[in-house]
Write a protein that binds this ligand. Structure first.
Ligand SMILES: [Zn+2]
Length: 88
């Protein structure tokens, strides 16, 4: 199995997405380094249009577990958010 490490930008986004909680960020980062392909799952999640966190598809829209925002606009996925340079 190919182990894929996070790019610096993915690490930076992850840090933002977990609300700057160092314990959770470190836990997730370790999962990736031990071969759990968390980022492959995470990059396909939609991005919250309000707070830019990784959100979840829910009842025809996008629900953000971090800020609670629900949007009918499906927006784009984390991978496009990073690839197209939307994350600052
Ligand atoms: Zn949000």
């Amino acid at each position: 199995m190919a182990v894929r490490y996070m790019t610096e930008e993915e690490e930076r986004y992850l840090w933002h997405a977990v609300g700057h909680d160092p314990l959770i960020a470190s836990y997730l980062s370790n999962q990736v380094h031990y071969g759990q392909d968390f980022m492959r799952t995470a990059v396909n999640l939609p991005v919250c249009e309000r707070c830019e966190s990784a959100a979840l598809y829910h009842e025809g829209g996008v629900l953000c577990p971090k800020c609670g925002h629900f949007g009918r606009n499906k927006g784009h996925r984390v991978k496009n958010h990073l690839k197209e340079g939307w994350f600052r």
